[in-house]
Design a protein around this ligand. Structure first.
Ligand SMILES: [Zn+2]
Length: 106
């Protein structure tokens, strides 16, 4: 219910943020906006995996984001990618499971 523009954190994040780092090409490296690191991880779909898939939440307005990383081994150096995507309330509840507050066995 925050129709009046995004909060301090979310206003600094696009609907889709993308960053990549390639070994040996540091001058082309990009990284996610600093505001992204103020989000709080609320769900980890692949704990311990090199390719992360997590739901992050904004501590100020409660908005949800999907954070995914990819990792590629290449002959001339490895490549890292991170994607941060804003989720609608509907997408977030699907990812987090309905009734996140109530444990739902089965
Ligand atoms: Zn926010």
């Amino acid at each position: 219910m925050s129709a009046d523009g995004a909060c301090e954190i979310c206003s600094q994040l696009a609907d889709r943020e993308y960053a990549r780092q390639k070994f040996g090409w540091e001058e082309h490296d990009t990284c996610l906006p600093e505001a992204a690191w103020r989000l709080v991880m609320v769900k980890d779909f692949k704990p311990g995996s090199e390719r992360m898939k997590q739901v992050w939440q904004c501590p100020l307005c409660g908005g949800y984001y999907l954070y995914e990383t990819d990792y590629e081994y290449l002959v001339n150096g490895s490549e890292d990618e991170q994607t941060l995507m804003r989720l609608s309330a509907e997408e977030a509840s699907q990812l987090l499971g309905d009734g996140a507050s109530d444990a739902n066995p089965g």
